[in-house]
Design a protein around this ligand. Structure first.
Ligand code: KIV
Ligand code: NA
Length: 263
């Protein structure tokens, strides 16, 4: 199989073929997910919660993300690898670039940055310097202290309008993907329809261009609270490979996410 590229993801979006993304943190799982055909692997700062046992993502460092990125990159052959810029790693555009380079050197082809208007200049700065960026709006976990918990975002019409404006500004700045987390399904559709770049939803409804789940959630091994948007794909499967294939199948044919996973 051919390596997955950013233009290939835009083509999928244009053809209406759903994009699959899973998080990965090590070489073996990355290899399994890649060989099953998952198009994109995300080294999420969720590693602070699912690997390290913290109760937020806020303690994760750039070197920790780089370490896991290098492991994933060694296990991967064809998926597009993107890695999270953790909390505090992008206070200025120059520092963001220095830190993003560490992730690229570890094997990432794209970095992901949480936030709206305040990160637009940073996104442009990285993209101009040839580091592709995935933006992330909605329930951005690095904002947990301001939000006062992991709560659905974009519920008021003001918040929804702001998010739509942020999405357009991030696209204008050169972002090539947008993760939308925990927002009303209708807003997920509205933002997706307003953009040319593909959206990847997690609790953002079935109309996003693709879907993402955290690995430990989709195989049902995360001991913490299970979010509404999570589905355990091990149910009815005899192997993790079976679960990965079921996830891909259900995203592609639109059965996941179902209404019960949406806001
Ligand atoms: O850190 C992570 O795993 C993420 C995904 C949930 C999108 O950001
Ligand atoms: Na993240």
């Amino acid at each position: 199989t051919k390596a997955v590229t950013i233009p290939a993801l835009f083509e999928m979006r244009a053809k209406g073929e759903k994009i699959t993304m899973l998080t990965a943190y090590d070489a073996s799982f990355a290899s399994l997910m890649d060989s099953c055909g998952v198009e994109t692997l995300l080294i999420g700062d969720s590693l602070g919660m699912v690997c390290q046992g913290h109760n937020s993502t806020l303690t994760v460092t750039i070197d920790e993300v780089a370490y896991h990125t290098a492991s994933v990159a060694r296990g991967n052959k064809t998926a597009l690898v993107l890695a999270d810029m953790p909390f505090g790693s992008y206070p200025t555009k120059e520092e963001a670039f220095r830190n993003a380079v560490k992730l690229v050197q570890a094997g990432a082809q794209m970095v992901k940055i949480e936030g709206g208007a305040w990160v637009v200049d940073t996104v442009r700065f990285l993209v101009e310097r040839e580091i592709p960026v995935c933006a992330h709006l909605g329930l951005t976990p690095q904002s947990v202290n301001r939000f006062g918990g992991y709560k659905v975002q974009g519920k008021t019409s003001d918040a929804a309008q702001q998010m739509r404006a942020d999405a357009l500004a991030l696209q204008e700045a050169g972002a090539s993907l947008l993760v939308l987390e925990a927002i009303p399904a209708g807003l997920g559709k509205e933002i997706t329809d307003a953009l040319t770049m593909p959206t990847i939803g997690i609790g953002a409804g079935p109309d996003c261009a693709g879907q993402v789940l955290v690995m430990h959630d989709f195989i049902g091994v995360f001991p913490g609270r299970k979010a509404r948007f999570v589905k355990n794909f091990m149910e009815g499967q005899a192997s993790i490979e079976g679960a990965v294939r079921a996830y891909i199948r259900e995203v592609k044919d639109g059965t996941f996410p179902a209404a019960e996973h949406c806001f």
